[in-house]
Design a protein around this ligand. Structure first.
Ligand SMILES: Nc1ncnc2c1ncn2[C@@H]1O[C@H](COS(=O)(=O)NC(=O)[C@@H](N)CS)[C@@H](O)[C@H]1O
Ligand SMILES: [Zn+2]
Length: 482
């Protein structure tokens, strides 16, 4: 009896929760709320994403470090805004064995308060700047909102955090631009379109001078923040005494930035590219890029298995990640399994294909089939994989674009959220009370203003703030968010 699977197109949230288990990404039955187990297939996909991040960090001169997960309360207490932002979210360690600890420890929610006393020891002169490190570790946040695998967890097990120090605000700004470039390369690698917004003053990272958020559009019209870049100016340097000797012998506080991402990147790939049959993985991160399904026929003696293995060897030699499914089950069941797991391309070979030196290609993104020649198959496969990647991006880009609407009034904005949600762009005077009022009226979060600055002012000539009627200074973006 075939289990009725949840539909991506009709009940996305249930589809997502079910797929995380059925596609072998994670097991949610671990006995601590918000902490899940990575399963082999899911972890392979995540490792392919991380490999790209490590290469980008290498390319941009970031050193990989690994800091302890436990932070003494004394270190955590040094930067007031950061404390205010995180004290309600940290997990505490208060005992070791039977002994209460005289200095309590926190499990890192992020690593500023673990790293910055070390920055003060490591950074002495301008020759040490720019100082650039990163790590991919597990961090812990006592999320009280609804937890959801990969999206909102209490152990962020693949937390990427880059921390840098600079001799000036301008060089820190250069670093933010480099972070945006790295993020853009990663988004292209994942075939994921996104928008960048500068967070409003009331919603920036605790201790930051400003925060940027990169948001994607999820199938249910809500946005998911999958990356953040923060300019700290000298806020943390003053709290942790991170000084450097300038060329003329003075001592200055460094300027700092951070750049953060997590396993939400995988959540975005699963959600945005998925369909009713399950995941659709971009070939760049698919553990299996091509699955070959031999289809034997009873009396036909053509050896479909040998033919399948010969094709597999040729693809493997060409660096393509391929698997031959030789299980003794019906082909239809094999198609079902590999479609659920998002394998981008399937090759079917039956006796007639062996005789005619052909192969049937079945694309996971369009579900279209095409018979091709055995000769030159590797190049056809490579081209098809590239077409699949490009098609996934194009479809997602179209979906994002069709879910961003420019309006002038609160009523128009409400209508957008009633209809399909998405992102609303509305004129704003820039005053916090009007921004908060709009959040309340729309029952939505202000993502902020389009970044960079010039984009935040596009098309505001003559526009009025819908709350106070004053001239608009920016375009403000609102959305229902995860
Ligand atoms: N509970 C969570 N579950 C999964 N991912 C999360 C969670 N909280 C935050 N993230 C991801 O982690 C990224 C960085 O987190 S953050 O709070 O915005 N920024 C920082 O912690 C800064 N120190 C930069 S590393 C976010 O952009 C978001 O994509
Ligand atoms: Zn106003």
């Amino acid at each position: 009896m075939k289990v009725e699977r949840k539909k991506w197109s009709e009940e996305f949230s249930e589809w997502y929760n079910e797929l995380i288990e059925t596609a072998g990404i994670q097991d949610k039955r671990y006995p601590v709320k918000g902490m899940n187990i990575w399963l082999p297939y899911g972890l392979k996909i995540m490792r392919n994403i991380e490999r790209f991040i490590h290469a980008e960090m290498e390319r941009t001169g970031h050193g990989e470090v690994l800091f302890p997960a436990l932070i003494p309360e004394t270190e955590f207490q040094k930067e007031a805004e950061h404390i205010a932002g995180f004290e309600g979210e940290v997990f505490w360690v208060t005992h070791a064995g039977h002994d209460p600890l005289d200095i309590k420890l926190i499990l890192r929610p992020t690593s500023e308060t673990a790293m910055y006393s070390m920055f003060a020891l490591w950074i002495r002169s301008h020759a040490d700047l720019p100082f650039k490190i990163y790590q991919i570790v597990n961090t812990y946040r006592y999320e009280t909102k609804h937890t959801r695998p990969l999206i909102r967890v209490r152990e962020i097990s693949r937390f990427f955090e880059a921390h840098t120090a600079h001799d000036s605000f301008e060089d820190a700004e250069r670093q933010i631009k480099e972070d945006l470039e790295i993020f853009n390369n990663l988004a292209k690698f994942l075939a994921i379109p996104y928008i960048v917004s500068k967070r409003p003053e009331w919603d920036k990272f605790p201790g930051a001078y400003y925060s940027l958020g990169a948001e994607v559009m999820m199938p249910d019209g809500r946005t998911l923040q999958i990356g953040t870049m923060h300019n700290y100016r000298q806020n943390f340097a003053k709290a942790y005494e991170i000084l450097y000797e300038t060329e003329d012998g003075n001592h200055e506080y460094v300027h700092q930035t951070t750049f953060g991402m997590s396993e939400r990147l995988l959540a975005a790939v699963i959600a945005i590219h998925g369909d009713d049959r399950g995941m659709v993985l971009p070939p760049t991160i698919a553990p299996i890029q091509v699955v070959i399904v031999p289809i034997p026929k009873k009396d036909a003696e053509a050896d479909v298995f040998a033919y399948a293995r010969e094709i597999a060897d040729e693809l493997k030699a060409a660096g393509i990640r391929v698997h031959v499914d030789e299980r003794d089950i019906r082909p239809g069941r094999k198609f079902y399994d590999w479609e659920l797991k998002g394998v981008p391309l399937r090759i079917e070979v039956g006796p007639r294909d062996v005789e005619g030196r052909k192969a049937v290609l079945a694309r996971r993104d369009t579900l279209m089939k095409e018979t091709v020649e055995r000769e030159g198959l590797v190049e056809v496969i490579r081209k098809t994989l590239d077409e699949i990647h490009a098609n996934l991006y194009t479809r997602a880009e179209e979906f994002l674009r069709s879910h961003i609407k420019r309006v002038d009034t609160i009523e128009e904005a409400k209508a957008v959220f009633e209809d399909r949600r998405g992102v609303v762009e509305i004129p704003w005077c820039g005053e916090e009370e009007c921004g908060l009022k709009m959040e309340e009226e729309l029952d939505a979060k202000m993502l902020g203003t389009p970044y960079p600055e010039e984009k935040a002012k596009e098309g505001i000539e003559g526009k009025k703030c819908p709350i106070c009627g004053r001239g608009a200074k920016f375009i403000a973006r609102f959305a229902r968010t995860y």
